[in-house]
Design a protein around this ligand. Structure first.
Ligand code: ADP
Length: 606
């Protein structure tokens, strides 16, 4: 007896003891696996004339022994594949991820990822898989009664393909497993979940084989016949998601190339979406025959979250991965598909803001990377999809909405960066601006400021960071006032600058502070937020440093104090300079630069 890999065991355990009410989905999962296996063999059959072409999925029931069997004439599995595929859970990342997130609830797990083959353990207490792989002369049998482990032995099987026997659980009070032995039940389940499967799914009813599914690909059906539920089922099935998609659309495109397409926005980002492991792409069909599971050439990275299918009769069936990129038809479809997605998203933003915001919460980062990537090559297309949090409206707004809401005299788009909206809201330098009624965009993603820099402007309004030293919202008179203050404090400011050395580039009277005594802004091209982001990168061995300007609030009582110290006690003023500088760093979300120096200075002042 072989043991399951630890994580598979946990998943199995969840399945076996599942209180999950939707147990029937196991059939959809097994049929979908069978269909995938046939897809693979069918593809081979295009070039190998020896492959038998009776592609189908057969259900059969043995009421006496309570066995439900699902057989397919697909590609089968070798002994090695059997071991690898059924001994380990396919998405091994799944469990690790869930554990990290502190949730181990079975329902949630099935909910988020689907668990394929293992879901059969929700209804069966023993499973026997007999399989013969394409081009193999031996067949193998995999048997398991659950967590205790599994056994693989040699077996007899004439034809290539896989047979899965489910020994159904005993009926209990809360669930009647024997329902799955009723013809009518199976028929309705196949109709509900697997109708569009392109191969016949048959069941012996009254001695004759009956085909249960219509086999028409859903995208070939007239729109009027396809209900939203059908689309959702198709999506879940085809893309192994448990949740219905957030949005779906389908269309027949006729132009330079003709194709049918169905596109979906998942409700939730896959757990690995923002990792290198994630593979984007849509399913590519030629006249209903699957050519490729994930054709990445058809989807730009920033729309990598889009799932869907493309079916075109203009495509060459034997197209290989290598020439895909150069293929004229594929290029043409990619261009047209991108336009389609873009216009769909824009429409969604205007007509269904709630769904759009959900989409943006999950995938907005992807779009932001799209704006930033390639030196902003795609910014004109993508900028209107962006949304940022508005200080005034306290929700996400588009750039267009921001510009429309600009107040009299405002000529720039103001933004503030930080770790969280709460922290940004407390930035000392935005207090005055907010009081005056200016709307400020809060940016909390690392990529946000890079996006602002790449965009430069929107609708001719420049992006201006509130953390730039020359940011201010002052009128002419107020500006003169600040100039006067700088003159008045000149020698004090110079002394503080000198005592802080190259920690700061400049010390000046602030144009923006209201209640806080000090703040730090950046005096160069590299902003403080970028310093944080860049230094947090995994391979940032050489730390970068933004040029810092220490701003002092002339209206705060600390200003008078500094002036007095300058006259009477320059040594103490030096300590004050250190304390104020480190304080300002903290307010900006930076760490204390020199802890011991700070503590010494602090203690002496106290
Ligand atoms: P998933 O389908 O999400 O990959 P499963 O646990 O359902 O995960 O299946 C694991 C793997 O086992 C599949 O990827 C496939 O390679 C193999 N497999 C499952 N069912 C079959 C089948 N009927 N024929 C051939 N291979 C299969």
């Amino acid at each position: 007896m072989k043991q399951f890999k630890t994580e598979s065991k946990r998943i199995l355990d969840l399945m076996i003891n599942s209180i999950y009410t939707n147990k029937e989905i196991f059939l959809r999962e097994l049929i979908s696996n069978a269909s995938d296996a046939i897809d693979k063999l069918k593809f081979i059959s295009l070039t190998d004339g020896n492959v038998q072409s009776d592609f189908k999925i057969q259900l059969s029931i043995d009421k006496d022994n309570k066995i439900l069997t699902i057989s397919d004439s697909g590609i089968g599995m070798t002994e090695k594949e059997l071991e690898k595929n059924l001994g380990t859970i396919a998405e091994s990342g799944t469990y690790a991820f869930k554990k990290e997130n502190g949730k181990q609830d079975g329902e949630d797990l099935i909910g988020q990822f689907g668990v394929g083959f293992y879901s059969a353990f929700m209804v069966a207490d023993k499973i026997v898989v007999t399989t013969k792989a394409y081009k193999s002369d031996k067949a193998y049998r995999w048997e398991s009664a659950g967590v205790s482990g599994y056994e693989i032995t040699e077996a007899e099987k004439d034809t290539v393909g896989t047979k899965i026997e489910l020994y159904l659980k005993e009926d209990g009070e809360d669930f009647k497993y024997s329902d799955f032995l009723a013809e009518s039940k199976l028929e309705s389940l196949v109709k509900r979940y697997s109708d569009y499967i392109r191969y016949p799914i048959t069941l012996k009813v009254l001695g004759t084989d009956k085909t249960l599914n219509s086999m028409v690909p859903i995208w070939k059906k007239p729109k009027s016949e396809v209900k939203d539920e059908d689309l959702a089922e198709f999506y879940k099935n085809e893309f192994h998601d448990f949740e219905a998609p957030l949005k779906s659309t389908y269309a027949k495109i006729e132009g330079t190339v003709t194709y049918d397409t169905m596109l979906f926005i998942p409700s939730r980002a896959p757990f690995d979406y923002y990792s290198k492991d994630y593979k984007k792409g849509v399913k590519l069909y030629s006249n209903g025959v699957l050519i490729m599971d994930k054709c990445e050439e058809l989807i730009p990275d920033y729309f990598g979250f889009i799932k869907g299918i493309v079916d075109s009769s203009d495509l060459n069936l034997n197209i290989s991965r290598e020439i895909l990129q150069q293929d004229r038809q594929v290029r043409a479809i990619a261009v047209s598909l991108e336009k389609k997605i873009l216009s769909k998203l824009k429409k969604m933003q205007n007509t269904d803001r709630e769904a759009y915001e959900k989409m943006f919460a999950e995938f907005g980062l992807s779009i932001k990377f799209g704006v930033y990537a390639g030196f902003g090559m795609k910014k004109d297309d993508l900028q209107d999809l962006l949304m940022f949090y508005s200080s005034r409206k306290e929700k996400l707004v588009t750039l267009k909405e921001y510009v429309e809401g600009m107040i009299e005299g405002q000529d720039a788009i103001y933004y503030a960066c930080g770790e969280s909206y709460e922290k940004i809201a407390r930035l000392p330098q935005i207090e005055k601006a907010k009081d005056k009624g200016y709307e400020i965009l809060y940016m909390k993603d690392g990529v946000d400021e890079f996006v602002a820099k790449v965009l430069i402007s929107y609708s001719d309004k420049k992006f201006v960071s509130v953390s730039e030293a020359d940011f201010n919202t002052l009128g002419e008179d107020e500006k003169k006032e600040i100039d006067k203050k700088n003159e008045e404090f000149k020698s004090v400011l110079e002394f503080i600058k000198e005592s802080l050395g190259d920690k700061v580039k400049e010390v000046k009277i602030s144009a923006n502070l209201k209640t806080y005594p000090v703040c730090i802004t950046s005096g160069g091209d590299l902003s403080i937020e970028m310093e944080k982001v860049l230094n947090a990168l995994p391979n940032a061995d050489k730390k970068v440093k933004a040029e810092k300007v220490l701003e002092i609030n002339a209206e705060h009582k600390i200003a008078e104090k500094l002036k007095n110290l300058y006259e009477s006690d320059k040594e103490t003023l030096k300590k004050y300079a250190i304390v104020l500088y480190e304080q300002a760093r903290l307010l900006e979300g930076l760490q204390i630069e020199n802890v011991s120096e700070f503590i010494d200075a602090m203690s002496e002042i106290i």
